[in-house]
Ligand binder design. Sequence first.
Ligand code: SF4
Length: 268
Amino acid sequence: MSTRSAAPRPASPSAERPAQRARRVQQILRRLKERYPQVGLPLVHRDPFQLLVATILSAQTTDIMVNRITPVLFQRYPTPQALADARARDVERIIKPTGFFRQKTKAITHMSRSLLERFGGRVPLTMEDLITLEGVGRKTANVVLSAKRLEVWNGGDNPADGLGIGVDTHVRRLSQRLGLATSDDPETIEQQLMAIIPRAEWDTFSLRLIYFGREVCTAKRPRCLQCPLNALCPSAPFRGNPPWMRHRRPRGGGRGPGAGRLRRRPKR
Ligand code: SF4
């Protein structure tokens, strides 16, 4: 843990001035970096297509479960063409353990057809194009665009690609507890975070919060007494259950974002 003096912990998100928040954000980022110097995407993949499919499959399940079934899926259907031509019941059988397997089968096979019909079989690397694909919302698109920056595809950083901050259930919960976001809506939270986090940190900030949310600031039992962000966190005196979050219904139960939305529309 850092020995530098902490920015004062605000009594609540609304009690903090922008300059104070900016200073606190810098210290939060520093401490998260100290804890997680290197971060990578938890979904196993070899290319943008595999990452896109794996991220769609990760709705309402764990990354561990997705990583268990994707080797079989990608061995049998390694390309958009193969998945587009697949029989639905064969795909369903493979991905069944991830839940919502009929909707997910439809999403990944239709998405593969769209890649062939509209993008020459390649995953487009802009937010604008990605969110036109079946099953792909801003969160999934942000995962792909983050990987484009963090991994050695042909991408790298491009401010025009539309990268934002991926908001899953951990990012949403921690942003609210840390008093960095006041909304319950993932897209509004994303906008609020983008306004205070430097762009260069957007991809790694999201990943670090996810790891931190799994290990320390968990949904049910946040470890506030051992938490390296304790002195910076307005929720610490409330053991992670501050008054400004009490009216909110817990969503996702520690799983992927968009919980509940998948029943109607597998777009994340
Ligand atoms: S002090 Fe508690 S609520 Fe705040 S970030 Fe740490 S674990 Fe989460």
